[in-house]
Design a protein around this ligand. Structure first.
Ligand SMILES: NS(=O)(=O)c1c(F)c(F)c(-n2cc(CC3CCCCC3)nn2)c(F)c1F
Ligand SMILES: [Zn+2]
Length: 258
């Protein structure tokens, strides 16, 4: 099969051939149905401590645009549903070709125009790759933020301004060392949905504690348009790089809010 993608001939409906776990019982994304979630008063706020990276790339890997440091620098995530410290690995985006689609998770069936994922790995593992392969839902912790069109996002501007430089698959650019990743996050990481799931792209490993924030972040129409100018390995717009929702099976979605 052609390398996986989001087109008719290599999209999500084909992924099970190389990754049979695609039909597993703990797959992501899901539709977050408010009538079926359960408030858990034990869920505390999360704490993300992000240190500026001196050597990070922003790259187009053919299926997303991704902020990727060359090595860890002590940036970490703790709290919320997490029992241990998780190291920051990368962040990337999923988006649509218009404002009615683009996010991976949905809320009562509603899609947002984009979704931002901050990927972290359980620090009790020797590496990110080991964490992905560690078995069970505590290998990775991914923070999901919905993006909606509104005011310009000043914290994301240094990243969206780089998008024209990574328009083509396989290209990358160095991110200025004064980029403040912490500024992207809301001041308090309180209201979120959390459930056990998987990577939303191959290898679709069922190793993720998902933490999806209720409050969307805003980006300007111009920032959304920047994403829509990115092209994939087939030279087509990358927009539509989202997996449709998967069955919940017998999983519970907990919320930190009533
Ligand atoms: N959407 S998501 O679920 O947040 C999400 C993630 F969390 C990821 F970690 C990855 N991921 C995939 C690999 C290849 C590795 C190749 C070596 C084996 C481990 C996977 N690197 N990072 C990913 F692509 C992705 F989309
Ligand atoms: Zn993602």
């Amino acid at each position: 099969m052609a390398p996986w993608g989001y087109e008719k001939d290599n999209g999500p409906a084909h992924w099970h051939k190389d990754c049979p776990i695609a039909n597993g019982k703990n797959q992501s994304p899901i539709d977050l149905i408010n009538g079926e979630v359960k408030y858990d008063s034990g869920l505390k706020p999360l704490t993300a401590k992000y240190v500026p990276f001196s050597d990070a790339k922003f790259l187009n890997n053919g299926h997303s645009v991704q902020f990727q440091p060359s090595a860890g620098n002590g940036s970490e995530l703790t709290g919320g549903p997490l029992a241990v410290k998780y190291n920051f690995e990368q962040f990337h985006f999923h988006w649509g070709n218009n404002d009615t689609e683009g996010s991976e998770h949905r809320v009562d069936g509603k899609m947002y125009p984009a979704e931002l994922h901050f990927v972290h790995w359980n620090s009790t593992n020797p590496s990110f790759k080991d964490a992905v392969g560690s078995g069970g839902p505590n290998g990775l912790a991914v923070l999901g933020f919905f993006l909606k069109v509104g005011a310009e996002n000043a914290a994301l501007k240094p990243i969206t301004d780089l998008i024209p430089k990574v328009k083509d698959a396989g290209t990358s650019v160095t991110v200025p060392s004064n980029f403040d990743m912490q500024a992207i996050l809301p001041a308090t990481l309180t209201d979120y949905y959390t459930y056990d799931g998987s990577l939303t792209t191959p290898p679709l490993a069922e190793c993720v504690k998902w933490i999806v924030f209720k409050q969307p972040l805003e980006v300007s129409a111009a920032q959304m348009e920047a994403f829509r100018s990115v092209i994939n390995r087939d030279g087509k717009p990358m927009g539509g790089n989202y997996r449709p929702p998967c069955p919940l099976h017998d999983r519970a979605v907990k919320t930190s809010f009533k």
